[in-house]
Ligand binder design. Structure first.
Ligand code: B12
Ligand code: SF4
Length: 525
């Protein structure tokens, strides 16, 4: 049987990274079936085009996975495919929580023939076999012999065959530039960010988060050897293509067991399996100097930190009181000292937020080493404690917000400001962090660092800008390049002619970072 695994586009950004579930299920598919992958973020297709593609490729089963924000598109695609008579199974966090919606048991239309609840590592082979026999059931739940919910241990994690998977749709280097860029340095003919998981689960139970409910508070890890071998396979593939691979460790909290993380990082270093990587780690776990040393030595470049708010009252409200805003600066300095930078994520529209929260947050951000601040709105995702609390309080303004996905729009009323004010705060955050002036400042604040670091932060900020501001298409990019021409010109000039020497402080330090901070916080001239 031919199987299509389809991931809908998220409606906001192009995909900088494919979704792991597709490769994982592909690797777990019983022998004798061919599995094809389409990521809607990389290959834009209409519902009708996908349905036609399914017919043209003689597909016998389609699997669709979606987060809540993509589920409306997922349902539309599923409807178009089911209209051709091909069976559709859906999985992922949204339909796990709202299986009745997908199966049309809540009074609405039916979108899926079957739903895979929770982690599908064990149920996927059963689904495929049942579909091949024409005996697809409606619900597949991962249970043990006694009927109790069971979670995969990850001890026997499959070897995803990265060396042979068709990854063309996930190359971030334009095809036209491949041949030329293969000759640059060790080769840049391809550049891909690949998702790798080393473990699952997070016990912290933040109120807005799906993870503790979905993956359970039982934390499970792959063996070090299995992760190291995966990195070695990725490196080998990149080398064979004269290209580059970076890895996103998608674990919810990569250092949730610090001892184990250190042991993994040591094994990566010992095996020479270092790649440039990014991972999500909560701030409270970044106090350990040895851990940060190992992060840097094993290839860690960026750490995603869910800071959420600089207001302890907000953090307590959402059960994230373990975040201590007073230590954010120290954590970021600790990372920056090793040239590891942070993606700092903030949520506005929390219950204690008032107007001006964006500027108050930015005042702090400007005193930190430069990173990639991102801003979102508190969103009640189905089945989270937050959803239940707001529903009980009658505060949901769009209880089924996923049916009509609107990026950066609230679905409930905050307590101390209006919905419109919350939207304006998010806009302010992005605007003032990604304007040409803010980009120039971020680059300048790294003036004491090698040119490569400054180019890195500049390119990263340009790309992150696209999370909020429309940047799809050539025209939008040209506009951004024109707006940032001064910074581009100064980086290019330095690349060609080298840099002028800079005044040093008596102890030999180059004072630009502090100067830039003063300018940014309005203290300097
Ligand atoms: C990596 C990641 C991202 C990446 C992007 C996704 C990518 N390219 O991989 C980044 C960092 C960009 C990201 C961003 C966001 N993310 Co995110 N992200 C994750 C994360 C940490 C890992 C996803 C993953 O690969 N997991 C490992 C795989 C193996 O698990 P899985 O995808 O769930 O798949 C398993 C099952 O669900 C099932 N399954 C899944 N699909 C299918 C399909 C079929 C057919 C079948 C049978 C089974 C099946 O089988 C798989 C194996 O067991 C998850 C949390 C988590 N641990 O899952 C959050 C998560 C998915 N993200 C979430 C959210 C909310 C977001 C954001 C909206 C946050 C924000 N406010 O901006 C953005 C939206 C991004 C966008 N533009 O779409 C939520 C989604 C909740 C929900 N109900 O939708 C999660 C669960 C985290 C949370 N805080 O609750 N995210
Ligand atoms: S620390 Fe992160 S992954 Fe863990 S529950 Fe909180 S938000 Fe979710």
């Amino acid at each position: 049987m031919n199987i299509l695994l389809y991931n809908p586009d998220n409606g906001v950004t192009r995909n900088f990274m494919p979704h792991l579930w597709m490769f994982l299920l592909q690797a777990l598919t019983p022998a004798g079936h061919e599995v094809l992958l389409i990521d809607g973020n990389a290959q834009i297709m209409t519902e009708a085009e996908i349905a036609q593609w399914v017919l043209d490729h003689d597909i016998g089963l389609v699997g669709i996975g979606a987060m809540t924000r993509m589920v409306a598109k997922a349902y539309r695609v599923a409807d178009a495919i089911r209209a051709t008579g091909v069976k559709v199974v859906m999985g992922g966090p949204h339909v796990t929580e709202l299986a009745d919606e997908a199966l049309g048991r809540d009074g609405g239309p039916r979108h899926a023939d079957a739903v895979a609840l929770g982690e599908a590592d064990a149920t996927w082979p059963l689904i495929v076999n049942d579909a091949a026999r024409g005996e697809l059931k409606e619900i597949y739940a991962p249970v043990d012999a006694t009927g109790k919910e069971s979670k995969p241990s990850l001890a026997d994690y499959p070897a995803i065959p990265w060396q042979s998977i068709d990854l063309d749709q996930f190359n971030l280097v334009p095809k036209a530039a491949t041949a030329m860029l293969q000759k640059v340095g060790e080769g840049w003919g391809t550049f891909r960010i690949i998702p790798v998981e080393s473990g699952r689960g997070c016990p912290y139970g933040c109120e807005f988060c799906t993870v503790t409910g979905f993956f359970g508070d039982s934390i499970r890890f792959r063996t070090n050897e299995s992760v190291v071998n995966e990195l070695l396979r990725l490196k080998k593939r990149a080398r064979s293509e004269k290209g580059q691979m970076a890895v996103f460790f998608i674990d919810d909290n990569f250092a949730i067991n610090v001892k184990r993380t250190k042991s993994l990082l040591r094994d990566i270093i010992a095996a020479g399996a270092q790649v440039h990587w990014v991972a999500q780690i909560s701030a409270n776990l970044l106090r350990d100097e040895e851990l940060i040393d190992l992060i840097a030595a094993s290839g860690g470049k960026w750490v995603f930190i869910g800071m959420e708010s600089i207001d302890p009252a907000n953090l307590k409200d959402v059960n994230k009181g373990f975040n201590k805003p007073g230590e954010y600066a120290a954590v970021l300095e600790r990372l920056a000292k090793r040239n590891v930078y942070a993606i700092t994520s903030f949520i506005f529209g929390m219950d204690n937020d008032t107007t001006g929260v964006a500027e108050r947050t930015l005042e702090q951000v400007r005193t930190w080493p430069p990173g990639l601040p991102i801003f979102g709105l508190l969103t009640p995702l189905p089945a989270t404690p937050l959803y239940k609390r707001l529903e009980t309080a009658g505060r949901l303004t769009r209880p089924k917000h996923w049916q009509e996905f609107i990026p950066f729009a609230m679905a409930h009323t905050p307590l101390k400001m209006t919905i419109e004010e919350a939207h304006a705060e998010v806009n302010y955050g992005w605007d003032h962090s990604y304007s040409p002036e803010a980009l120039a400042l971020a680059v300048e604040s790294l003036a004491d660092q090698p040119l490569g670091y400054r180019i890195n932060i500049f390119l990263a900020r340009l790309c992150f800008r696209g999370i909020y501001f429309p940047m799809m298409g050539r025209l939008a990019w040209l506009k951004v390049i024109a707006q940032n021409r001064r910074t581009i010109f100064s980086l290019a000039k330095e690349a060609v002619f080298g840099r002028k020497s800079r005044p040093r402080t008596p102890d030999g330090e180059i004072p630009c970072r502090d100067a830039a901070r003063e300018v940014s916080s309005g203290v300097g001239a």
